[in-house]
Design a protein. Structure first.
Length: 326
């Protein structure tokens, strides 16, 4: 039996973990806040990590991971997505000459100024096995003549299905859900422009990332009365609020996919996205200009197209089967 060592460090990565796969689990600590870690381990009933590093910067993560890999001697290192923990895990495995498996491989926004895009490319170059969430992601890898490339769908859908059924709240479709946390959106001028664009957008529940909360606390940004600043929710509660929201406003990659799964229209506060299918099918609309956001927040629309472009909710089982054949 092959030995797998899985490296994660953020909320979106926790959602993608397969609890049924026998693995050594390493938590880097990139998401250090309890609202982004402990509630998700508990809510998703994930096993306690075998290693909890408690570090956030790339260099320290890599340095801490190398001796763990050397000690555990896994046959493969598994990494997810496109964050610092992903890159640190891939680089540490490369240093230890252990092959890397990249889950959520091949996603591309085609904006090299975006740090996540550069991480995706580097990790896909290091990885020897690529599990892609869509056919377009698979083609992005295959055009570079790589082997062991599989379209397995998005593992987030598996996890989301496990939360169903979700109870309809009394205020269903009378509110909008918002999140905002990406580095490029953390400029005071941008936050201020977004808030002003949304001031006539009805009731908005902004589940604030610790990074955003720190900026709001430190800087004098006028928060419109219709925007409620709330603490991040555990996963199942967040899915419930998204499922019955009139609309979602976000810059999160994970929420983009979840809104698509739940068939909720979403304003994506970015100029480009790696989840292109959700935009192509018009469920997600990209917008950063205040006048566009102000128009879209009160506009009604429904997308169209194929529901299963990101799989049918059995991605983890497919991956597990493929891993057993290694």
């Amino acid at each position: 039996m092959k030995k797998f060592l899985t490296i994660v460090g953020t909320r979106p990565q926790l959602i993608k973990i397969d609890k049924e796969l026998e693995q050594i689990l390493v938590w880097t600590g990139q998401h250090y806040d309890k609202t982004l870690k402990d509630v998700f381990f508990k809510g998703l009933k994930l096993p306690k990590p075998d290693y909890d590093l408690g570090v956030t910067d790339l260099g320290t993560m890599t340095d801490c991971l190398i001796p763990i890999i050397q000690k555990e001697k896994p046959d493969f290192v598994i990494v997810y997505g496109d964050c610092r923990s992903t890159l640190a895990g891939a680089m540490a495995a490369l240093t230890c000459n252990v092959p890397v498996i990249h889950i959520e491989a091949g996603c591309r926004s085609f904006n090299n100024n975006q740090i996540e895009e550069r991480i995706r490319k580097i990790v896909d170059e290091i990885a020897i096995i690529h599990f892609c969430p869509s056919e377009s992601a698979k083609l992005n890898i295959e055009r570079h003549d790589r082997n062991h490339v599989y379209n397995v769908g998005a593992t987030q859908l598996d996890t989301m299905f496990s939360t169903f059924p979700t109870k309809k709240p009394k205020d269903a479709f009378q509110y909008k859900v918002m999140t905002l946390h990406r580095e490029e959106n953390m400029e005071v001028s941008k936050i201020d422009s977004y808030f002003k664009a949304l001031k006539d957008g009805g009731e908005i529940e902004l589940y604030a990332h610790p990074r955003l909360l720190a900026i709001l606390k430190e800087c004098k940004i006028d928060i419109p009365d219709n925007i409620k600043i709330l603490a991040p929710l555990p996963y199942k509660q967040m899915i419930n609020r998204i499922a019955f929201a009139e609309k979602v406003i976000t810059d999160s990659g994970g929420l983009q996919v979840e809104t698509f799964f739940l068939r909720r229209p979403a304003i994506i506060l970015r100029n480009e996205t790696e989840w292109t299918e959700a935009v192509d099918q018009d469920w997600n609309r990209l917008a950063t200009r205040p006048e566009t956001i102000a128009r879209l927040v009160n506009e009604r629309w429904r997308g169209k197209g194929e529901y299963d472009v990101y799989g049918t909710g059995n991605s983890k089982k497919i991956i597990r089967t493929l891993l057993k054949s290694l």
